[in-house]
Design a binder for this molecule. Structure first.
Ligand SMILES: Nc1ncnc2c1ncn2[C@@H]1O[C@H](COP(=O)(O)OP(=O)(O)OP(=O)(O)O)[C@@H](O)[C@H]1O
Ligand code: SF4
Ligand SMILES: [Mg+2]
Length: 331
């Protein structure tokens, strides 16, 4: 297989948690997270609010520092890059955020907003070429080239998101990260933007990391899906395998919450947990334990490790084999 386009190795992202008794405390928004993304691949990233998806996205682009671990771009360690070298790398890796209107400078005409990446990354392009490429890109994202002189406030939320996508596409990125890019839009507009992203992805062959709360959208767009819980990767699998036979109890809960009861994966009986006192030992166990219907004593003793349950199917749960058995339909 070819070398991954992007690879995270044991990545940790920290934030300040305020002052403790003696010193400032830090906490990990992303912890020991590893994954690969191949050229042209669309990978979905799901997890509840606060699970660390945006922190991961920003660390991948080096918009946030990695406290530990590495980010490799085509094998090159991004964590070691800075200055001009990093700026040039950024041309290949773009991001589209949730709140499109506020990510566009209200004082700039959209023609200038779209021309800016060209000024940075292709300084040799003249004003006329820039204008032509801006016009082509506007058309490509479904806006009229006649709109170049308008300001962001003259556009709807969906149109602003098209402008944000156009701006990201101006440098022909090899990777587009969409961080909740459709989440604040009406459902019908969401569908249009997802279609646009899929078209752009097919035309350009770029890879996409698609972050969303919305499992239906992730299911539509992704070839592979990553599931995060409290900063860690708890499951990663091909899309169909993940939706048909999720192995991690958290993934099962996420999917069960959006599927109708007869579509949802089978439930297995919960094992009662001994009523042990809260001790430091309990903290060493699985982070999902207090919410898990399947928690067993071992889950409080040591944290599960991410391991291969099947080809291209990673899961971090002590009981994944039992859960898989229950999911497999009888032959
Ligand atoms: N700049 C920051 N300073 C301190 N803590 C932060 C900062 N950004 C995020 N966090 C914390 O890090 C954790 C992960 O946040 P993050 O925004 O990455 O999650 P998320 O999965 O993107 O959530 P959402 O789905 O709501 O966008 C949360 O506990 C959050 O409060
Ligand atoms: S390791 Fe235990 S507590 Fe954690 S998800 Fe698996 S069964 Fe639940
Ligand atoms: Mg986020």
């Amino acid at each position: 297989m070819s070398e991954p386009l992007l690879e995270a190795r044991n990545l940790r992202v920290e934030f300040d948690a305020g002052r403790g008794l003696f010193r400032r405390k830090r906490f990990a928004a992303v912890e020991d997270l590893s994954f690969e993304l191949r050229a042209g691949e669309t990978v979905g990233l799901v997890g509840e609010s606060g699970s660390g998806k945006s922190s991961l996205a920003r660390a991948l682009l080096k918009l946030l520092p990695a406290a530990r671990g590495q980010v490799l771009w085509s094998g090159e360690d991004l964590t070691a890059l800075s200055g001009a070298a990093l700026r040039m790398r950024r041309r290949d890796m773009q991001i589209v955020f949730q709140d499109a209107p506020s990510s566009l400078d209200p004082r700039m005409q959209i023609g200038d907003i779209l021309a800016e990446p060209l000024k940075i990354f292709e300084a040799s392009a003249g004003a006329r070429e820039r204008a032509a490429r801006v016009a082509r890109m506007l058309e490509r994202v479904g806006l009229s080239p006649r709109m170049t002189n308008r300001y962001p406030h003259e556009f709807s939320g969906g149109q602003c998101q098209r402008i944000g996508i156009a701006r990201a596409m101006m440098s022909n990125p090899k990777l587009l990260i969409c961080d909740e890019a459709v989440s604040s839009l009406d459902v019908s507009i969401q569908g249009q933007i997802v279609n646009l992203l899929q078209d752009l992805q097919r035309e350009t062959g770029m890879a996409m990391l698609f972050i969303s709360h919305n499992l239906a959208v992730v299911r539509q767009i992704s070839r592979r899906v990553l599931v995060m819980y409290r900063g860690r990767l708890v499951e990663a699998a091909a899309r169909d395998a993940l939706f048909a036979a999720p192995l991690h109890p958290y993934t099962r809960a996420l999917i069960a919450a959006v599927l109708s009861p007869d579509e949802a994966p089978a439930r297995i009986a919960a094992e009662p947990i001994d009523d042990e006192p809260r001790s430091s030992r309990a903290l060493a166990g699985c982070a999902f334990r207090s919410r898990c219907a399947y928690a067993a004593p071992v889950c409080g003793e040591r944290p599960p490790r991410l391991e291969a349950a099947a080809e291209e199917h990673l899961v971090s749960c002590h009981r994944h084999a039992e859960l898989a058995a229950v999911n497999t339909p009888p032959t």
